[in-house]
Ligand binder design. Structure first.
Ligand SMILES: Cc1cc2nc3c(=O)[nH]c(=O)nc-3n(C[C@H](O)[C@H](O)[C@H](O)COP(=O)(O)OP(=O)(O)OC[C@H]3O[C@@H](n4cnc5c(N)ncnc54)[C@H](O)[C@@H]3O)c2cc1C
Length: 733
């Protein structure tokens, strides 16, 4: 098994992922590392700017594509490649090792170090950031449409600059601006100077027809709040400056001391191997071919390099000889003019019309159909599924807190044991419904907890972090700061690099323990079928423990975090969850409960529990039974993680969901209830938030403190009532 790591989700790598999905590279574990879960297909960006496409239509959600291909997905930015030791250094997490790696991270825009560019202009790179900023400004326009002048300056007249000038004009016209003045300014004497002169002439003519001012042979040297300033001091008054002044390399390769040209692009040979590192490949904008150093930085080349790169990664893994890549001598340039027409050029000829735009649209949509797995609501996109013959939908078994023994077998097994001998040092033990335990020796009350789960995802570092947070959570729910920990880790027996996996897990474990000043005292490692992480955590009580059986009637119930981790991770394993959703799930889980614990500390809660594998309904039932109380829950106010309700609506369920549905018997469900949100109550949570009983006059203050602590979804979701004479624990409203 070789570790092949793809850094970046550019046009070449998405093809490697798709090819691996259709025809897996044998004996390879594929990992993709991206700084953002969604990549942008640049060919449709101008159409998006013109209002012809929504942002989602040009997004490639790399995560579900990777998951369907059986690849690991890691969201982090690569900061340095240590080619000698085959390590990729990443932001905010330990480096990854590789046997073979490939880099497809695109380029950045030249000239952003000029005065005022970063502050006042809209740079086109990273392209995803530009699209998101534009999307936000289209949704909330900075100024009201009308006849006042709206002056736009586009700096740079490569394909991107030309298209943006035309397409922005159309967008502003459609929005109702009538005083638009667009200027296209660049150093060359005609737009797209490296392409045939006829194309440049046509662009100038089309610009003139539309009132777009062309300023060739000029250089912008500064951007101010209201102007782009030329090298002769002339000011082009501008309300918006788009900076698309050509591509330059990112610092990754120079920081890694890899061979680069003077722009920072890494030198590769015909096989796309980095010249000084045979197990390191690079493709797309970030690479420069020694044999063809002058090919333009255009997505078409990154696209064409994809299949060769995929084949060469396959061959390198099998130690076979590699294929050379040779770029096409010319390529079809089709420029979207934003009004339903386009100019196309190849072999020195150029043509223009609506048919050209229709053709471009067909090409672009056909490309996207190969990579867009899910729509905005997480529904499978038919065109993608249709292009995947014989691919059965995957069924998955959940890890995390959803991989539990159900409540009933556990209770029954415990009931068959002889009673535990009386022990008056135990202050919280088996007879209590709390997950943590406590013993008192003299003045010291020691509180402990043990928690373990099988991995809920294939990223061992993340599993380690969440495993730590999950084990600490039970102590926080009793009002105690953890102080010491022991860890147990099971490494899969078929894992070849056990040391690396263990290192990643323990790095994650330590990261969370260290942040809270908890000392890892020791632990135990085993090999087994699947990765498993567990911790036993110890702390010392400084006052009365919070218990989960002290709820009082009239007290409000506050939930600190949104629900839905179970269904989201279940869907993620099979590539049915959107990358942006998973980014928010991970962020929510990694917030842990330490900050919430500190927010609750000042409020004297009547009951606290953490929501884990038995879901909201299971853990809340336990609290209510222990307290001999009922509750009224306002279902609409129960917060859901992004994507959770969409997935539940499609019938997606975590493995443990149906067992948690047993708790339905304790619910009184009114007619017309939101049946999807109802299911959320049974979703098993991994490292979930806290459910807190609190006096009504303190509830809003607690919610505000939780928001302040980062738990932005915290909400009052109901209140404690006297026990129901008919035995129902919850009344849903
Ligand atoms: C407005 C505009 C319009 C354009 N239109 C066209 C066109 O119509 N046709 C055309 O051929 N070209 C066009 N281009 C050029 C085109 O955008 C690029 O040539 C193309 O995007 C390069 O593709 P790539 O695969 O090399 O990189 P990209 O598409 O830029 O992909 C880079 C990937 O790497 C990720 N990444 C970046 N840094 C890191 C890191 N440190 N660690 C991990 N991941 C990282 C990014 O998130 C992304 O997933 C246009 C450019 C612009 C600005």
């Amino acid at each position: 098994m070789k570790d092949v790591v793809l850094v970046g989700g550019g046009h070449s790598h998405v093809q490697v992922l798709r090819s691996h999905l259709m025809n897996p590279i044998p004996d390879v574990r594929l990992t993709v590392v991206v700084d953002h879960p969604v990549s942008i297909y640049s060919g449709m960006v101008p159409g998006f700017v013109a209002g012809q496409y929504s942002l989602h239509e040009l997004e490639i959600d790399v995560r579900p594509l990777a998951k369907r291909a059986g690849a690991r997905f890691i969201r982090a930015a690569a900061t340095r490649i240590d080619a000698a030791n085959k390590r990729i250094e990443l932001t905010d997490r330990p480096a990854l090792t590789y046997d073979i790696a490939s880099i497809n991270i695109g380029s950045t825009v030249i000239g952003t170090d000029l005065p005022g560019v970063k502050q006042f202009a809209f740079p086109t790179r990273p392209i995803a950031d530009m699209c998101r900023r534009l999307d936000a400004s289209f949704r909330n326009p900075p100024r009201t449409p009308g006849p006042e002048p709206y002056r736009v300056t586009v700096v740079g007249a490569g394909a991107g600059g030309v298209e943006l000038a035309f397409c922005l004009r159309e967008r502003l016209l459609a929005a109702g601006h009538t005083g638009i003045a667009v200027t296209l300014v660049a150093g060359g004497d005609r737009p797209m100077p490296t392409r045939p002169a006829r194309l440049g002439d046509r662009i100038i003519a089309a610009a003139k027809e539309r009132g777009i001012r062309w300023m060739g042979g000029r250089r912008v040297v500064e951007v101010q709040a209201d102007a782009a300033v030329l090298d002769d001091g002339q000011r082009i008054e501008s309300d918006l400056v788009i900076w698309v002044a050509g591509a330059t390399g990112k610092s990754l390769f120079t920081d890694s001391e890899l061979p680069t040209d003077d722009q920072g692009f890494v030198w590769v040979d015909d096989t796309l191997q980095v010249e000084t590192a045979t197990d390191l490949f690079a493709a797309g904008d970030c690479a420069v071919l020694r044999s063809w150093p002058l090919i333009p930085k255009a997505g078409v080349y990154a696209v064409r390099q994809g299949p060769v790169l995929g084949e060469n990664l396959r061959r390198r893994a099998a130690q076979q000889s590699l294929q050379p890549y040779s770029p096409q001598s010319d390529f079809f340039t089709i420029l979207n003019l934003g009004d339903g027409t386009a100019i196309g050029a190849k072999w020195g000829m150029a043509a223009e019309g609506a048919w050209m735009m229709q053709w471009k649209d067909r090409i672009d949509r056909a490309f996207m159909d190969k990579f867009q797995v899910l729509d905005l609501h997480g529904q499978a996109i038919d065109a993608f599924s249709a292009s995947m013959p014989n691919m059965a939908e995957m069924t998955m078994v959940c890890g995390g807190c959803a991989a539990k023994v159900a409540d009933t077998p556990l209770r029954r097994a415990l009931a068959r044991l002889p009673p535990t001998p009386d022990d008056d040092t135990v202050t919280m033990g088996l007879s209590s419904a709390d997950d943590a335990v406590a013993v008192r020796r003299g003045d010291v009350e020691i509180v402990q907890n043990i928690d373990a789960f099988t991995a809920f995802t294939d990223d061992p570092w993340l599993v380690g972090r969440v495993g730590s947070l999950n084990a600490m959570s039970d102590l926080y729910a009793t009002g105690v700061q953890p102080r010491y920990a022991l860890a147990i880790v099971t490494i899969p027996e078929d894992e070849q690099n056990k040391e690396e996996t263990l290192f990643q897990v323990l790095s994650g474990v330590r990261q969370e323990l260290d942040a809270e000043g908890i000392t890892l005292l020791g632990g135990h490692t085993t090999v087994g079928e699947a990765l498993m992480v567990g911790l036993s955590v110890t702390g010392f009580a400084k006052g009365p423990l919070w218990r989960n059986d002290g709820l009082k009637p009239g007290h409000k119930l506050v939930l600190s975090r949104a629900l839905g981790t179970g269904v989201l991770w279940h869907a993620d394993m099979a590539g049915r969850a959107r990358g942006p959703w998973m980014q928010q799930v991970v962020a929510s889980m990694l917030r842990g409960n330490a900050r919430a614990f500190r927010a609750i500390r000042d409020c004297n809660p009547s009951g606290v529990t953490d929501i884990t594998g038995f879901g909201f309904a299971g853990h809340a039932s336990e609290m209510l039974r222990g307290s001999v109380m009922g509750a009224r829950i306002d279902l609409a106010s129960v917060p859901a993680l992004p994507g959770a309700l969409e997935l539940l609506a499609t019938g997606e369920r975590s493995t443990f969901h149906d067992q948690n549905r047993e708790a339905l018997k304790a619910l009184r469900v009114p007619p017309n209830v939101d049946l999807i949100r109802l299911e959320l109550l049974f979703d098993p949570q991994t490292a979930g938030g806290l459910l807190i009983g609190i006096a009504p006059d303190q509830a809003e203050q607690l919610v505000a403190a939780l928001h302040e602590a980062g738990d932005i979804h915290a909400a009052v979701i109901g209140e404690v009532t006297l026990p129901d004479p008919h035995g129902a624990l919850f009344d849903l409203t």
